[in-house]
Design a protein around this ligand. Structure first.
Ligand code: NAD
Ligand code: TYD
Length: 349
C-alpha cells in the first residue's frame, strides 16, 4: 500500500485535498502532517477522521530532525505539500514567519524526500501546491500562463516563488520527480475568515463593517476549493514530471463587485431588506504593494488533463454561504481568542 504525506491538511485547501484522497483512494494510507497553527483546525476533517486509511500527525515542517525521522519511519512515496503561511497581510507585518515555513520548511521536506529516494526515484513524486501570486500582477489585460516570468510583489508571494524555485532545483540537481501547480484565489467551506470572502460573510452575520482596500477595483480569479482539490488529484496522478500547471476559475471579479454580490445573496438568505448588507461596505486604507489583477490561463490543465471547474461562481458562492450559515459554531470558534487581536491590529491602523 502506498503511503502518501499531505502537509497542511488541517487548513482550508489541505482539508479538501485530504478528503479527496482519503475517500477516493482507500488503497493509499494518507498521513496528514500539520502544526495546527491559527489556520489549522482538525474540525475541518471530522467527517473522515475515523476512516482506516487516514492518519493525523501533529508536527512542524521546519523541525528538521522530526521531519527526517518521520520520513525514515514511513518512507512516503508521494508528498503533497500545502503547509504554508498563506495570508498576504500577515506577511507584510511578519515576513520572517513566511521565510521560515514557506522556504525553509519546503527545503527541509525536499531534503528528507531526496535522502530517502535519490537512488530510486521510480514511482515517487513531490507535489508543491503553489499560487498564481508568484507571477506578480497583471494590468487591465492578459492572463498568467505557465511561462509568465516570476515577479512576486509581497513577502508571501516571494516566499512561495522561492519555494517553487527550490522544488525545480531539486528536480534539476537530484532528478527528483516533481510537479507544481499555481492556482488562483480559492473560496468555499472552511475558509479562514482573514481572507476576503469568509471575512465578509462573518462580518455580515455580525453586522460589522466590510473593509474594502483602496478603491475596490482590484481583480481576482475565484475558484471553488473542491474544484481545486480535484485538479490537485489529477495533477498528482496524471501530470507530467517537472511540469507546472496553472489552475484557475475563468472567473474574474473586482473586489467591490464581488462583495456587492455577496451582500445581495446574504440579504436574500437572511431575509433582510435589499441593501442592508451593502450599507456595511467601508473603504479602508489600501494594502501596500497591492497587486492589481490576477487571472489564470488554465488551458494547459484543461487540454492535457481534461480539468475544468464543475460549479459556476453563483453555485459555489451559494454553497459557501450555506456552509458558513450552517456552521456558525465553527466560525465562532475560529474567531474567538487570537483572531480578535489580529483583527484589531489589521483593521484599526
Ligand atoms: P491555510 O493557511 O488555510 O492552511 C495552512 C495549513 O498549514 C494550516 O493547517 C497550518 O496549520 C499548516 N501549517 C502552517 N505552518 C506549518 C508548519 N510550519 N508545519 C506544519 N504545518 C503548518 O492555507 P490554504 O489557503 O489552505 O493554502 C494551502 C496552500 O495552498 C498554501 O501552500 C498556499 O500557498 C496555497 N494556495 C492557496 C490559495 C488560496 O486561495 N488560499 C491559492 C493558491 C495556492
Ligand atoms: P485575500 O482574500 O487576502 O487574497 P489575496 O490577497 O491572496 O488575493 O484578498 C483578496 C482581495 O481582497 C485582495 O485584492 C485584497 C482584498 N481585500 C480587501 O479589500 N479587504 C480585506 O479585508 C481583505 C482581507 C482583502
Amino acid at each position: 500500500m502506498k503511503k502518501i504525506l499531505i502537509t497542511g491538511g488541517a487548513g482550508f485547501i489541505g482539508s479538501h485535498v485530504v478528503r479527496q484522497f482519503v475517500t477516493n483512494y482507500p488503497e493509499y494510507q494518507i498521513y496528514n502532517l500539520d502544526a495546527l497553527t491559527y489556520a489549522g483546525n482538525l474540525a475541518n476533517l471530522m467527517d473522515i477522521a475515523d476512516l482506516p486509511n487516514y492518519h493525523f500527525v501533529k508536527g512542524d515542517i521546519t523541525d528538521e530532525n522530526f521531519i527526517n525521522g518521520l520520513f525514515e519511519e514511513h518512507r512516503f512515496e508521494g508528498v503533497l505539500h500545502l503547509a504554508a503561511e498563506s495570508h498576504v497581510d500577515r506577511s507584510i507585518t511578519d515576513p520572517f514567519s513566511f521565510v521560515k515555513t514557506n522556504v525553509l520548511g519546503t527545503v527541509i521536506l525536499l531534503q528528507a524526500f531526496k535522502n530517502l529516494w535519490v537512488n530510486n526515484w521510480e514511482g515517487k513524486r513531490f507535489y508543491h501546491v503553489s499560487t498564481d501570486e508568484v507571477y506578480g500582477t497583471l494590468g487591465e489585460t492578459g492572463l498568467f500562463t505557465e511561462s509568465t516570468p516570476y515577479s512576486p510583489n509581497s513577502p508571501y508571494s516571494a516566499s512561495k516563488a522561492s519555494s517553487d524555485h527550490f522544488v525545480r532545483a531539486y528536480g534539476e540537481t537530484y532528478g527528483m520527480p516533481y510537479v507544481i501547480s499555481n492556482c488562483s484565489n480559492n473560496y468555499g467551506p472552511n475558509h479562514f475568515p482573514e481572507k476576503l470572502i469568509p471575512l465578509c460573510i462573518h462580518n455580515i452575520l455580525n453586522n460589522k463593517p466590510l473593509p474594502i482596500y483602496g478603491n475596490g477595483k482590484f481583480t481576482r480569479d475565484w475558484l471553488y476549493v473542491v474544484d481545486h482539490a480535484k485538479a490537485i488529484d489529477l495533477v498528482f496522478h496524471s501530470g507530467e514530471n517537472h511540469q507546472t500547471y496553472n489552475i484557475g476559475g475563468f472567473n474574474e471579479w473586482t473586489n467591490i463587485d464581488l462583495v456587492r454580490l455577496l451582500c445581495q445573496l446574504m440579504d436574500e438568505k437572511l431575509k433582510k431588506p435589499v441593501g442592508t448588507s451593502q450599507s456595511l461596505i467601508t473603504y479602508v486604507t489600501d494594502r501596500p504593494g497591492h497587486d492589481l489583477r490576477y487571472a489564470i490561463d488554465a488551458r494547459k490543465i484543461n487540454a492535457e488533463l481534461g480539468w475544468k471547474p464543475s460549479v459556476t461562481f453563483e453555485q459555489g458562492l451559494e454553497k459557501t454561504i450555506d456552509w458558513f450559515m450552517d456552521n456558525q459554531t465553527w466560525l465562532e470558534n475560529v474567531t474567538s481568542g487570537a483572531y480578535q487581536q489580529y483583527y484589531e491590529e489589521q483593521y484599526q491602523k
